[in-house]
Design a protein around this ligand. Structure first.
Ligand SMILES: [Zn+2]
Length: 222
């Protein structure tokens, strides 16, 4: 977020309002919400939020792993082989965001002459209707995401990989992620790995926010 690095949002809210405040990003909260619904306070998982943009949250032993500077899980700027040299919002080229995000699918549909496509949902609706170009693009996006995730999955060996966000409802997208991860990862890592659409759906972030707040206050759900 340009202009915000180093600004302590939680501390600012606490000082201003005199109450406890818990702050996190949407991907971490979605990961926490889905993981808690699936596993409670143990096990390891990665939740990828794939919609107009792509982000992910990492859960280790039931808790959010934020990394040294809070940037853990920021998978969208992973360089993808064969992605071309499309400029990314980060200033680099060839990032996952430029080939697998919903925004990139809209751009690619425009490049193919489909000027009536404006949103990620427009592309997904065409893919649901078995539109050849839309389906190919959605599948290719899943393949690229699977490529980026396979290194992470091999390294981290999670119990589950959950997908949330609008793209996760697309069967060709999910199938492409699955096949790429299973193909590229070591069998020891994939033998019990679950790769599924998140069952908390659009509520994942809200549920994660509630859990974070309760953990901060050392409350537990009954
Ligand atoms: Zn980038």
């Amino acid at each position: 977020m340009p202009g915000w690095p180093g600004f302590r949002v939680g501390e600012h809210l606490r000082a201003r309002h005199g109450v406890p405040a818990a702050v996190d990003n949407d991907a971490n909260l979605a990961a926490l919400g889905e993981h808690t619904a699936q596993f409670g306070a143990e096990k390891h998982s990665i939740t990828v939020k794939a919609g107009t943009a792509i982000g992910s949250g990492i859960i280790v032993d039931g808790r959010v792993h934020r990394g040294a500077t809070g940037a853990a899980g920021d998978i969208t700027h992973t360089r993808i082989d064969g992605s071309g040299d499309i400029p990314c919002s980060c200033g680099n080229t060839g990032c996952l965001e430029t080939v697998a995000s919903g925004a990139s699918l809209v751009r690619q549909m425009h490049e193919r002459g489909y000027s009536t496509v404006h949103t990620t949902e427009d592309v997904l609706a065409l893919a649901r209707d078995a539109h050849p170009d839309a389906t190919t693009l959605v599948r290719t996006a899943g393949n690229h995401l699977g490529q980026a995730l396979s290194g992470v999955v091999n390294f981290f060996n999670p119990h589950a990989l959950f997908l949330t966000g609008s793209m996760s409802a697309s069967e060709p997208f999910l199938a492409a992620v699955r096949s790429r991860v299973y193909e590229a990862c070591h069998p020891l890592v994939t033998q019990t790995l679950r790769i599924e659409a998140a069952r908390t759906g659009a509520d994942a972030i809200l549920q994660g926010a509630a859990r974070l707040a309760m953990d901060g206050l050392e409350l537990r759900a009954p």
